[in-house]
Write a protein that binds this ligand. Structure first.
Ligand code: BV8
Length: 253
């Protein structure tokens, strides 16, 4: 299964999964890596070329909205043609087989949705939604390439901005409260493909651990959360989740 987890431990985890009712999952850019989307801090990480502060902030947008939109348009170009990978698909299946299952993601790529997950909490927004910077109206926009850079609001002509949370901006209150509630009441929390650096998302697993939940980390590399994890699988989500799912299938049937 995985050199860091013994067979016996793994069996215990599967039993726990098939017993336990409340399961929460927190995902980061790593779960989309095998779909071909660069992570933020990985080798070909998005940030390597651009400093987050330079582009994913309100001050960058007010300074140069065209540059910020050129960057989001570029990212749309990477995301539009790719498909969910087996990791996304297993989580979509788990939503259907586990009675109390919640998916919280930091990703704005929309791949969980594309994989068939329905109950998704998008902590940091979605790259396929835009918001009028004056009226605040949120609309779906799957244009690629964007017809106009920067795009403007069709009703009031003001600048449109990506409906994402930028650094220095607070998360949507309701969404954050829901994430806090699910984290502090779950019995198992999977933490998949995140470097656990960006707050407040990185605090959710600590809240879950604090509340007595078992923490299951899946990441090729150790993270600041590894010491708090009951199970820490060193490997790729798109490989580990399908093999875990096979065992669950056997145990649930
Ligand atoms: C806020 C949307 C109130 C936009 C994003 C406390 C202490 C210090 C700093 C702060 C703090 N509180 C707030 C801050 C500031 C800041 C912050 O956390 N800064 C960090 C850098 C220290 N937080 C904020 O500004 C938040 N707002 O707190 O408001 C406030 C404001 C100011 C001050 C106080 C309070 C807003 C944060 C949200 C920002 N928006 N995205 C966009 O995308 O354009 S964050 C963005 O970066 C992502 O959404 C994600 O959250 C983060 C990237 O992290 P990951 O997803 O984990 O990706 P990463 O590349 O880092 O890691 C990938 C991992 O996957 C790696 O570990 C790798 O090993 C692994 N992996 C690779 N391949 C695979 C894999 N795993 C599995 N399978 C594989 N195949």
């Amino acid at each position: 299964m995985n050199e860091t987890i013994s067979e016996e431990e793994f069996k215990k985890l599967i039993e726990l999964l098939c017993q336990k009712s409340r399961i929460a999952v927190l995902t980061g850019a790593g779960i989309s890596a095998e779909s071909g989307i660069p992570t933020f801090r990985g080798e070909d990480g998005l940030w390597k070329t651009y400093r987050a502060e330079d582009l994913a902030t309100a001050s960058a947008f007010s300074r140069d909205p065209k540059l910020v939109w050129e960057w989001y348009n570029w990212r749309r170009g990477i995301i539009a043609p790719v498909n969910p990978n087996p990791g996304h698909k297993v989580l979509a299946r788990w939503e259907k087989i586990f009675p109390d299952f919640s998916l919280i993601t930091q990703n704005i790529d929309g791949l969980h949705h594309k994989a068939g997950s329905e109950k998704i909490i998008e902590l940091h927004g979605n790259i396929w939604k835009v918001r009028c910077s004056k009226e605040g109206t949120i609309t779906d926009n799957h244009d690629f390439p964007l017809k106009e850079l920067p795009p403007h609001c069709p009703s009031c002509g003001a600048l449109l901005r990506p409906h994402v949370v930028w650094f220095g901006e607070s998360l949507d209150h309701e969404i954050l409260q829901k994430a806090y509630l699910l984290s502090s009441t779950c019995q198992i929390m999977f933490v998949i493909g995140t470097s656990a650096v960006v707050q407040p998302a990185a605090s959710l697993p600590l809240m879950a651990a604090e509340a007595g939940a078992k923490i299951v980390e899946i990441n090729p590399d150790p993270t600041p959360l590894t010491p708090y994890s009951d199970f820490s699988f060193r490997g790729k989500a798109g490989e580990i989740l399908p093999s875990m799912d096979k065992f669950i299938d056997r145990n649930l049937s």
